[in-house]
Design a protein around this ligand. Structure first.
Ligand SMILES: Cc1cc2nc3c(=O)[nH]c(=O)nc-3n(C[C@H](O)[C@H](O)[C@H](O)COP(=O)(O)OP(=O)(O)OC[C@H]3O[C@@H](n4cnc5c(N)ncnc54)[C@H](O)[C@@H]3O)c2cc1C
Length: 830
């Protein structure tokens, strides 16, 4: 057994084994995998083995697609047959809403090259007469996936890994991790059998590894403790049952018919597949409890929980309705095992928060489907520094230190329960809320705020009249809330609106080398004192890692504002860069002041009038004029008794200010502005209207247009990139060239729907790109979107089409900032 390796993978389930395989395949010849028990003895052995190719998330769909293709190739490489039954996957819809959902799925699937066909109830019945189609609207059929034997595919990957030089060591547990400055010293303990339990022996060794990956499945909480970090991966109980032979099915197959596809009846929260003449029924039922919140007991090995039939009775009855011939089939076997979840259902893949060369691959609920792709893309991140797709939506740092065990457990239960709900793009999930509230929360709620959940914060999405029910208003088309967002957007274009932006991430950067550091760290020229700039921090590969609004308060004193959803993600990158560059720039202080400063954004042609009524100044009439407070500048002002750091900038493209204020004075400021605003018809405005308005200005959003799969030049933002200076990622950015270009489109879509920002873009019959944002433009009275297309098409006037609701709708590329391209409204004097 080696004691010095390049990479140590902890955990021999499907995920860890795939990572070890792919690290070796990517060229690392010194990889070791430690498994505390036997390979596949975690959740992997009892998985149903379904490989649902498609998922709503762009990154996850790529991961699943890689897995499916990869598993098909494994036998040729290893000689082991993993039992991949490519039977296809039939997603059935009982309602029009579900069909709408599938149409959005389908458009996104196209952007990832996932093939599909539509089927009518008649077509389903003709092909698979055992399926009762009476209440079906239709189905989406993916014919290239199916199911696999989870243990066999893991063993095949293990064999492939060994062939590539990976050392796989069983019955050793990674117990302690110590970073010695350049390497991890990992203390491992030999595990021994004792009375049926697996317990640590006295025998220990230390393995030195340059990189460590944890893929510890249900043991994630123990791993988190050992690493001294938080990992919101906690399992939930998941059941499936295997039924005795169904004579009708046996006859159907004896008649020469091929195997049924995996049958997904989302409206009945279940999946069904054939198993030796019978059926397997798997369910995502209500009230499945979280388990192992504080670790897995020694007594639980490759074990299962007792079946809870009562919990799945409804789904069982629904199956008899769907496949009536199974009614008399008895129960042959049952599985109730721990399935790991995270609060948003995506696994946690990427660098561990605050640690060096420590990588997490935890929290997999579709771990068999995701294992292949996770190994492939994580190996790219580790070996090359970045993956070819943006892995941010899976990044372990999307939850901050505010996250607790109780939050993760309850949210994970909710996530399980929500697997088969209608995933409206305007969905908001209720569990564990409200949790992080700004002081004005109660006031906003009293005025009808319908809140969204952003990194734990409650942020108004829009305001509705009393009695309005957000849940019931959700839709794949224009939801019931749409009209309120239209009114709010109009208020900002025509009058004045107030937006709560408290969730913004805020860092203060100080120290003698702060200017030199930030000049290196970001792409744009640094602002002069009292001014602000929009700028980007890049990855080493030259793509966009973070977008910052930088306010310069002093020679070496900066205030950085970035997206609210990404506080821990931004902070980790910033702090690690500061530490790495200390020999060059000296000691720099980075302070996370996110929760110290509230933010209101006031915007609209009348915003100056509202502020003028409450500003305390020797000459209030001129205090906010272009001369005294120019666009893109920052000043300390006083609004009534509230000291405010005001920034003249507006994400909506109107005259406006961001008012950064001490959080404890927020209610005072809210009341002051509300009172002053009443005289000007000021409206409270939510994030949905703001999202539409920023698209009329072609303002890119982080996580949509901006991410680790495109450079700022590809995002078509050369004005924020100062090529005359050296900055981190510059050469890599230039070397990438322009692979695709960000454009803004006006869309003549359906009367009752706008795009959501996931749809495929066509030029004639050819797919040429995808939307990254979508919505409604009050200025143009039609749908609007932003997206990426091949550079040769990124020309104003190019006619494209957007795939929405299974039809192609005309769209035209317009000049950037189609609303007020000269920025005259923002610069207006007064
Ligand atoms: C009933 C059921 C049905 C399912 N069906 C499907 C399905 O159809 N399709 C699908 O994609 N997914 C399915 N899943 C989910 C799937 O089983 C998991 O997502 C997947 O197995 C996770 O793999 P993993 O490698 O992350 O974790 P695991 O398989 O749990 O492996 C983790 C391994 O790490 C080891 N380990 C932990 N800590 C240490 C340590 N400190 N040192 C050394 N070793 C350690 C453990 O012993 C374990 O072997 C199902 C789950 C359940 C419960």
């Amino acid at each position: 057994m080696k004691t010095q390796v390049k990479a140590l993978v902890v955990g021999g389930g499907a995920v860890g084994t795939s990572i070890a395989y792919h690290l070796a395949k990517a060229g690392w010849d010194d990889v070791m995998l430690l498994e505390r028990d036997e390979l596949t003895s975690g959740s992997t052995w009892h998985a149903a083995g379904l490989l649902p190719l498609f998922n709503m998330s762009f990154a996850t769909t790529h991961i699943h697609k890689y897995s499916v293709d990869f598993y098909k190739s494994l036998e040729a490489e290893t000689g082991l047959n993993a039992g991949f039954a490519v039977v296809g996957n039939l997603r059935m819809a009982q309602t029009q809403d579900r069909m709408d959902e599938f149409m959005l799925y389908a458009s996104t699937a196209e952007t990832c090259d996932v093939p599909y066909v539509w089927m009518t109830p008649d077509q389903i019945r003709a092909k698979w007469p055992l399926i009762n189609t009476d209440d079906l609207k239709g189905a989406l059929y993916h014919h290239t996936d199916g199911y696999i034997n989870p243990a066999d595919v893991t063993q095949a990957m293990a064999k492939g890994a060994r062939q590539r030089g990976v050392e796989i060591v069983r019955k050793w547990q990674a117990d302690a991790f110590h970073w010695n400055g350049t390497h991890w010293d990992v203390t491992a303990t030999r595990m021994v059998e004792k009375g049926g339990n697996l317990v640590p022996s006295e025998e220990q060794i230390v393995i030195t590894a340059e990189h460590v990956v944890t893929a510890s499945g249900n043991h994630a909480q123990t791993t988190a403790k050992k690493l001294g970090i938080k990992i919101p991966a906690i399992p939930v109980e998941h059941q499936f049952i295997v039924m005795d032979q169904d004579p009708a099915l046996v006859q159907f197959r004896a008649d020469g018919h091929v195997e049924h596809p995996v049958i997904r009846d989302a409206d009945a929260q279940s999946y069904v597949r054939e198993e030796r003449g019978g059926w397997i029924l798997g369910v995502y039922e209500k009230n499945a409890p979280a388990c192992f919140e504080y670790g897995v007991p020694d007594s639980f090995r490759a074990d299962l929980f007792p079946l809870d039939l009562e919990r799945i009775e409804d789904q069982y009855m629904a199956m008899i309705h769907r496949i009536p011939s199974c009614e008399n089939s008895g129960l042959k076997d049952d599985f109730n095992g721990p399935i790991c979840y995270t609060p948003d259902g995506n696994p946690l893949v990427g660098p561990a928060p605050g640690l060096r060369n420590m990588w997490l691959a935890e929290g997999f609920s579709f771990g068999i489907t995701a294992a292949g792709g996770t190994g492939y893309y994580l190996a790219q991140m580790m070996v090359d520094g970045e993956a070819e797709i943006d892995m941010a939506s899976l990044d372990p740092k999307r939850y901050g230190n505010w996250m607790t065990t109780e939050f993760a457990a309850r949210k994970n239960e909710e996530c399980y329960d929500h697997v088969y709900i209608l995933h409206h793009p305007d969905e908001e999930r209720p569990a564990c809320r409200p949790l992080r509230t700004s002081p004005a929360y109660d006031r906003q709620a009293a005025r009808g705020a319908q809140f969204g959940f952003v990194n734990g914060w409650e942020r108004p999405n829009y305001y509705a009249p009393a009695g309005f029910n957000d849940h019931d208003s959700r839709s794949f088309r224009r939801g019931g809330w749409w009209q309120y967002a239209v009114e709010e957007a109009k208020a900002i274009r025509e009058g004045v609106g107030l937006i709560d932006a408290t969730a913004f991430t805020k860092h203060r950067i100080t120290g003698a080398g702060a200017t030199a550091f930030l000049d290196w760290f970001t792409t744009n020229k640094l602002p002069r004192i009292g001014r602000i700039n929009l700028t980007y921090a890049l990855t080493a590969h030259g793509t966009t890692r973070t977008e910052y609004t930088i306010v310069r308060n002093g020679e070496n004193d900066y205030y950085l504002v970035s997206a609210g959803a990404w506080t821990a993600y931004d902070q980790d990158y910033l702090i690690k860069a500061i530490e790495d560059m200390e020999p060059t720039f000296g000691r720099i202080n980075a302070q996370d002041v996110t929760t110290q400063w509230g933010v209101f954004a006031i915007a609209g042609p009348k915003s100056r009038d509202v502020l003028a009524a409450v500003i305390k100044d020797a000459d209030p009439a001129t205090a906010l004029s272009n001369k005294r407070f120019p666009w893109l500048s920052a000043q300390k002002i006083e609004l009534g008794m509230c000291p405010v750091n005001a920034i003249r900038v507006a994400y909506t493209g109107e005259l406006g200010w961001e008012l950064h204020h001490p959080i404890e004075m927020q209610n005072y400021l809210f009341d002051l502005l509300e009172k002053a605003g009443a005289a000007h018809g000021m409206k409270l405005v939510g994030a949905r209207a703001q999202n539409w308005l920023r698209q009329e200005k072609s303002y890119r959003a982080f996580g949509n247009e901006l991410g680790r799969d495109a450079t700022p030049l590809e995002a078509d933002l050369p004005r924020f990139v100062d090529l005359s200076k050296d900055f981190h990622g510059k050469d890599a950015m230039l070397a990438k060239g322009i692979r695709s270009t960000c454009v803004t489109l006006l869309i003549d879509g359906p009367d009752d729907a706008d795009p959501w920002g996931r749809e495929a873009l066509y030029h004639g019959d050819t797919r040429v790109g995808r939307l990254t944002s979508g919505g409604y433009s009050v200025a143009f009275g039609k749908s609007i979107g932003m997206g990426y297309v091949k550079p040769e098409l990124a020309v104003v006037g190019t006619q494209l089409q957007v795939k929405m609701l299974d039809k192609l709708w005309p769209a035209v590329i317009v000049e950037d900032s189609p609303y007020d391209p000269q920025n005259a409204k923002i610069r207006i004097d007064g």
